[in-house]
Ligand binder design. Structure first.
Ligand SMILES: Cc1cc2nc3c(=O)[nH]c(=O)nc-3n(C[C@H](O)[C@H](O)[C@H](O)COP(=O)(O)OP(=O)(O)OC[C@H]3O[C@@H](n4cnc5c(N)ncnc54)[C@H](O)[C@@H]3O)c2cc1C
Length: 424
């Protein structure tokens, strides 16, 4: 039905029965590609409702989005905007309105709504293969080598391959690699979506994706336009997606993660649920750290939300006939913008090894080697960006264009296969 890149994706591999655990970005990508390649795929998703509304705005390098469109896994007209510059900005006494900008890096970043991407992938998974309100509780290897998948909503199913795409708190990661823990990075990401109408002058933001340093504390602020809720890309109807990386000591997390109803939250506080006193504190802090333009953007935003930032580094991405993809595998910090790339790339490379192998175990072993290398590249990028943006930023108040550009290129090197920096 959708254009294929290659005629015979199944290659040497026989038709497999596959259970995909998790029906989000990575899970739907896996279902679409494996189904297209002729495998028998069932998706089990814990959530009973659709996932629309999760995630806010996200960005990915333009070539990654182009690749998804060319492969027909999303529509060519999926609403998105392109940011072409990343100005490095800081508030100074002389430049308190929009900030001082020593240098702007040329970039190619596609910006869109997380739920628009999910919707595009989801509509390509046949409904009779996507089981909602279906939580996988365990996966047990049978003497035959097949895997038994226990699902709380029905009978167990036996399959050849289990693809865990169950996110950063993955059951699959705990089952396969119980010794690997998520690592809290010492900061949270506070996020919001502001209507364009709240900006004093939309042209200041224009088609850029500014990185704003705080003058008095570690951390970083980023924002960019995304389409409006209705997908409109017209000026005046867009939304601004903003995110502020703000350090929170581990010992302060228990108090910080209590929401407005007094409930303690794990990992994230959803839109509108942050305690008013905490939200007010965050807004005041941003008003004093950011140039007025960006501080006002934050002040005008309702229903803000919080995500704690973790990473996970795995020794391997499969055990037997079960594998981990997307955030269930490696987790890199959000400023890499690599989540979409990683989820899709992992499935694509699984299909590539299936072309060359008729044996699932040897196929997964080769795939695993590639996954470890891919994750290492993205995690190294995450470590570099974390230093540059959070813990060891350049003092932009005294930097000029040449020193800022030199600092950035010394601090951060994108891998060859993943970059949002524009090449001439
Ligand atoms: C703050 C933040 C900002 C980000 N910004 C970007 C960005 O700009 N660009 C980018 O590319 N990426 C970004 N990412 C990453 C991106 O959002 C994720 O990589 C992507 O959503 C991960 O998709 P996933 O399918 O692997 O996992 P998830 O989206 O977490 O989905 C996992 C799914 O599994 C389901 N599930 C869990 N357990 C079970 C179970 N036992 N049984 C059945 N179902 C189960 C869950 O309900 C969920 O639907 C960001 C991430 C964060 C946290």
């Amino acid at each position: 039905m959708y254009p294929l890149v290659r005629e015979s994706w199944k290659g040497l591999m026989r038709e497999l029965q596959v259970a995909v655990v998790g029906g989000s970005i990575a899970g739907c990508s896996a279902a679409v590609l494996l189904d297209r390649a002729g495998h028998d795929v069932q998706v089990y998703e814990r959530s009973s409702a659709g996932l629309v509304g999760r995630g806010g705005g996200i960005g990915t390098p333009v070539p990654v989005l182009d690749g998804l469109m060319e492969n027909g896994v999303i529509d060519a007209d999926m609403p998105h905007l392109v940011a072409d510059g990343m100005p490095f900005i800081v508030r100074t006494e002389d430049e308190s309105a929009t900030g001082s900008v020593p240098w702007s890096m040329p970039i190619q970043l596609a910006a869109f709504h997380w739920s628009a991407l999910w919707g595009q992938l989801r509509k390509r998974v046949p409904d009779d293969r996507y089981h909602r309100a279906a939580t996988v509780t365990d996966v047990i290897e049978q003497p035959s080598g097949r895997l038994r998948v226990n699902v709380d909503s029905g009978d167990p199913v036996d399959v050849d391959l289990v693809v865990f795409a169950d996110g950063y708190q993955s059951l699959g990661r705990r089952l396969l690699f119980p010794d690997v823990d998520l690592r809290y990075r010492g900061y949270q990401l506070w996020r919001g979506l502001a209507p364009e109408s709240t900006l004093s002058d939309p042209d200041v933001l224009g088609s850029t994706c500014p990185r704003v340093s705080y003058p008095t504390m570690p951390g970083n602020f980023v924002c960019y336009f995304v389409p409006g809720e209705d997908g409109s890309m017209q000026p005046g109807r867009r939304l601004v997606n903003w995110a502020a990386y703000i350090p929170v000591d581990r010992e302060d997390l228990p108090a910080f993660m209590i929401d407005r109803s007094g409930q303690h939250r794990q990992g994230a506080i959803p839109p509108g649920q942050i305690r008013p006193d905490v939200e007010e504190q965050l807004k005041s802090a941003m008003e004093s750290e950011l140039p007025d333009y960006y501080g006002a953007m934050v002040r005008a935003t309702n229903h803000t939300y919080v995500q704690l930032i973790y990473t996970a580094r795995m020794p391997s991405y499969h055990r037997g006939a079960a594998c981990l993809i997307g955030d269930a595998g490696a987790v890199a910090p959000p400023f890499t913008g690599s989540g979409v790339f990683k989820g899709y790339n992992s499935v694509q490379s699984l299909l590539d090894v299936f072309e060359r192998h008729d044996d699932l175990v040897s196929a997964l072993a080769e795939w695993d080697t590639e996954q470890v290398q891919l994750a290492d590249r993205l995690l190294a990028l995450g470590d570099q960006m974390e230093q540059a943006f959070i813990w060891d930023s350049l003092d932009l108040t005294t930097a000029d264009a040449a020193s800022t550009e030199a600092w950035w290129h010394a601090a951060v090197q994108f891998p060859d296969d993943f970059s949002y920096e524009a090449t001439e």
